[in-house]
Design a protein around this ligand. Structure first.
Ligand code: KIV
Ligand code: ZN
Length: 528
């Protein structure tokens, strides 16, 4: 009997279906160092649609012209999902959010205002009556633009529940179709959260007429537990992000929520969702590559050790019968052995077939680019695995998505044990200019980054630097990730190459390019 056969799918009661609202492109993007441009948001949006989430919150359109454009593009290009745009409870935000989702198959305006006294006093400088009025006006206006309006009480779990009930009652009366109760600072406990929601139902009976949603942050590591606790007392929408990214410690992890519903449906009274779980691994890898946020090895569901058995006694048990130590089937999350799929003599046709098998449909130009990268890699490495292919296609998407910016043309090094490290770089820009500079440094990576700074006139401080292998073996592709601070803001960059110094340099150049793009779009300080 397989692990999945042990959990036969129970009949699915429509009343128990949980709507998945993915906010990777909005709350996820608020994580320090993440900036996703339009192309990147569309690529992730298309993958989220394959993953089967119901709603994609694509961004906060008023926050910058770039974000407006990205939400507009996701709305226009991602089929089969509801696309939501975030708006504070004021006329301008709501109007702009409505414009951004105009071309969506189904558009949603998600408007919010804080309800806790701490936020009212110190952030909004408004009294309770003013907040109530702003909520009323925002929902009323949003309903003149779209039929699907979500209203959130920011910092709800630290608010007076009777006041939240009053605000929520007004939002429902004005036509809100989903009411979202965020645990904005990740402070609540599962039992407290249930009590809060039950009290809310009691004080606001009209809450039974709309969808109750929960949006939990992970500051105390309770985001997923709190979300499920909410569903057990009536919530029918959960909000979260792929890989659990988001503000501070992040949001509830979409893949954990989906796999808990799949694995423990009975324990949860038959709750279920339509997430296409075999797309989880690919979604996780894509988001990790595009955001530069590496997934911790022991992360549930998508960490590289999540299905690895180290202790001999465990390995023995799993070989005898997977049920001994495995509660989920690796295939149910889309994780398969990375077989060798291609060799250096494989042609364009074989590459196209392999990519299609992995779920990538490339147009002619994209296939040409991927083929060049593939040939280059095959010459250096010989045998190419599925993981290698995913890495280079993901990397190509980033190159394309990055649009204008500097490119690295050459790097040269000198140095060795006890010697000073020296690096020289030659860079190009989109106007065809060449920028060349050399620098010494404390090791080759430091020298390289200083040379890049000197060539393009930036001063970046490296905050984080990681190199990991995409596959095993001495000839493995190396994946480099940097987070650096440029002009007081953090930017992430990532790249893959068989040469880890080249990957590191390209990752740094991408962070520099992200900082340049950010200069062109004014952001609301501090995000939401
Ligand atoms: O955490 C939060 O309160 C939010 C709201 C904007 C929904 O992200
Ligand atoms: Zn949030």
């Amino acid at each position: 009997m397989t692990v999945d056969e042990q959990h036969p799918a129970a009949p699915q009661d429509p009343a128990q279906r949980i709507t998945f609202f993915d906010t990777t492109l909005r709350d996820g993007e608020q994580a320090p160092g993440i900036t996703l441009n339009t192309r990147e948001k569309v690529e992730i949006g298309l993958q989220l649609a394959r993953l089967g989430v119901d709603v994609i919150e694509a961004g906060f359109p008023i926050s910058s012209p770039g974000d407006f454009e990205a939400v507009r593009a996701v709305a226009a290009e991602v089929p089969g999902v509801t696309v939501a745009a975030l708006a504070r409870a004021n006329e301008k935000d709501v109007t702009v959010a409505g414009e951004a989702v105009r071309d969506a198959e189904r558009g949603r305006i998600h408007t919010f205002i804080a309800t806790s006294d701490i936020h009212l006093t110190y952030k909004l400088k408004m009294d309770r009556a003013q907040v109530l009025g702003a909520a009323r006006d925002a929902v009323r206006l949003a309903r003149t633009i779209v039929d699907d309006v979500e209203f959130s009480c920011e910092d709800a779990t630290r608010s007076d529940v009777l006041y939240v009930a009053e605000v929520v009652g007004v939002a429902i009366a004005e036509g809100a179709t989903t009411i979202n109760i965020p645990d904005t600072v990740g402070y609540t406990m599962p039992n407290e959260f249930q009590r809060f929601l039950l009290d809310l139902y009691e004080a606001c009976p009209s809450l039974h007429d709309v969808v109750l949603s929960v949006h939990c942050h992970n500051d105390l590591g309770l985001a997923v537990a709190n979300s499920l606790a909410g569903c057990q007392v009536g919530a029918r929408q959960v909000e979260g992000c792929v890989n659990g990214i988001g503000e501070r410690a992040g949001n509830a992890s979409i893949e954990e929520l989906a796999m808990i519903l799949r694995t423990r449906a009975e324990a949860l009274g038959g709750l279920w969702c339509d997430v296409n779980t075999p797309e989880i691994t690919r979604s996780s890898r894509l988001v990790s590559r595009m955001t530069g946020y590496v997934v911790q090895p022991n992360k549930a569901i998508v960490g590289r050790n999540a299905f690895a058995h180290e202790a001999g006694i465990h390995q023995h048990g799993v070989l005898a019968n997977p049920l001994t130590y495995e509660i989920m089937d690796v295939h149910s999350v889309g994780l398969s052995e990375s077989e060798i799929v291609l060799g250096k003599h494989s042609g364009r046709h074989a590459l196209r077939n392999a990519l299609e098998e992995l779920g990538y449909e490339l147009d002619r130009d994209e296939l040409d680019q991927a083929f060049n990268r593939f040939k280059d890699l095959a010459d250096r490495k010989g045998r190419i695995s599925a993981a290698d292919l995913e890495a280079i296609v993901g990397d190509e998407m980033r190159v394309e998505a990055a649009g204008d910016g500097y490119t690295l043309r050459e790097i040269h090094f000198e140095g060795g044990t006890g010697d000073e490290a020296n690096a020289r770089v030659v860079m190009g820009d989109t106007d065809g200019n060449v920028h060349e500079a050399a620098s010494s440094g404390d090791g080759p990576v430091d020298a390289l980054m200083k040379a890049i700074d000197a060539a393009v006139g930036t001063t970046g401080t490296l905050i984080e630097y990681q190199v990991s292998a995409v596959t095993s073996g001495k000839d493995a592709l190396g994946e480099a990730r940097v987070v650096c601070e440029i002009d007081g803001r953090r930017f992430a960059g990532q790249s893959v190459s068989t040469d880890v110094l080249e990957a590191s340099a390209i990752a740094y150049v991408r962070a520099v390019n992200a900082s340049r793009h950010a200069e062109h779009g004014e952001r609301i300080a501090g995000g939401v």
